[in-house]
Ligand binder design. Structure first.
Ligand SMILES: [Ca+2]
Length: 286
C-alpha cells in the first residue's frame, strides 16, 4: 500500500477517535485493460470490511496464510465468517476492535463509498481493510496493520489517503476474472500481485504492460475525538440492532463528562442531531 497523503491532527493518541473512510475505485479498462472488457459490467468490490485492532490481531498480511474468513471474502465476498472470527477475538480480548462492513460497489455505476465511522482507540489503534476483486479467483485489495498515528508527536492523523494493490489470498487457483476454480492445496501465503507474480497471461497489468497499478484508494478523515471510545463500543455491543450513531453519541455524552472544546461540543451536537450519511457532517467535523 502506498501512503498518498497524511495530515496530522492535534488529538493525542490517549484519546479515542472515529474515522470516516471512503473507498474510491481505481480498477478500470484504462488502468487494468487485460480481459476487463469481459467483466466491465459486473466488476465490483464486494462488501468491504474495516477492522480496528491492536498489534495482537491481524486481519491479513503478506506472507501469512489467509484465515477461513479472509479466504471466504477473497473467493466469494461473503463476510459472515470474518465477522465471526473478529467477534471471537473481541470476546476473547485477543485484539480485534470495532468492525465496519460496507456494501458492494460496482465500478461502472457506483460512486465512491462512504462507510460508517470506525472507532480507533488507544487499545485498538490499527486499521485493516479487505474487499474482493470481483469476479476473480481469490484476489482482494485492502490495507493491513495501518497505524494512523504521528509517532513523533503522539497524535492521530487528521486524514490519510492510501492506495491499495491487488493481493492473492493463496487459497484458489485461477488466472483471470472467474470465480469457479480449483482450490490451492496446500494454501500459499498471501502475496501481492505484481508483474513478477501475476499469471503469465498478463492479467491486471497496466496498459504499458510494465506494472500492476493500485486498484483502490482509501481516504479517511478524523470525524470525532473523545476519551470515551470504550463506552461507545460497549453501548454498541449492548444495542446491536439499529441504534443510529447519533443515539450512541447522546448516550455517551450523557453518561459521563467529556473533554470537548466548545466548538467540538457544537459539532458533536450537530452530529447527534443527524443520523444521515457521514459525508453530510464531515465538513463540519473537520
Ligand atoms: Ca490464487
Amino acid at each position: 500500500m502506498d501512503i498518498l497523503q497524511i495530515v496530522s491532527s492535534n488529538v493525542p493518541t490517549s484519546h479515542s477517535v472515529a474515522y470516516s473512510c471512503v473507498l474510491t475505485n481505481k480498477w478500470s479498462m484504462a488502468t487494468h485493460p487485460f480481459d476487463y472488457a469481459n467483466i466491465s459490467g459486473s466488476a465490483h468490490w464486494t462488501s468491504p470490511v474495516l477492522v480496528a485492532h491492536s498489534t495482537s490481531y491481524e486481519l491479513w498480511s503478506p506472507g501469512k496464510l489467509a484465515s477461513p474468513g479472509v479466504e471466504n471474502v477473497a473467493e466469494t465476498g461473503v463476510t459472515s465468517m470474518l465477522r465471526q472470527e473478529s467477534g471471537v477475538s473481541q470476546t476473547k480480548g485477543t485484539g480485534a476492535g470495532e468492525l465496519i462492513i460496507g456494501r458492494d460497489q460496482f465500478n461502472a455505476i457506483d460512486p465512491p463509498e462512504v462507510f460508517d465511522p470506525i472507532l480507533l482507540t488507544p487499545d485498538f489503534p490499527l486499521l485493516s481493510t479487505i474487499s474482493m476483486v470481483a469476479p476473480s479467483p481469490d484476489w482482494f485489495t485492502g490495507m493491513y496493520n495501518f497505524s494512523p498515528i504521528n509517532m513523533a508527536q503522539q497524535v492521530w492523523y487528521q486524514s490519510f489517503e492510501i492506495a491499495t494493490y491487488p493481493w492473492d489470498a493463496g487459497t484458489e487457483q485461477g488466472e483471470t476474472y472467474s470465480i469457479n476454480n480449483d482450490p490451492e492445496n496446500p494454501h500459499h501465503p498471501i502475496s501481492r500481485l505484481t508483474k513478477e507474480t501475476i499469471p503469465s497471461n498478463g492479467i491486471i497489468l497496466d496498459p504499458s504492460g510494465t506494472e500492476v497499478l493500485h486498484m483502490a484508494v482509501w481516504n479517511c478523515v478524523l470525524e470525532t475525538a473523545n476519551h470515551l471510545g470504550g463506552s461507545r463500543a460497549l453501548l454498541k455491543e449492548e444495542a446491536p440492532t439499529e441504534a443510529p450513531r447519533g443515539v450512541r453519541g447522546l448516550a455517551v455524552k450523557s453518561s459521563s463528562p467529556t473533554n470537548l472544546s466548545p466548538g467540538e461540543e457544537v459539532r458533536s451536537l450537530l452530529k447527534t442531531l443527524s443520523t444521515h450519511a457521514p459525508s453530510d457532517l464531515r465538513g463540519l467535523a473537520v
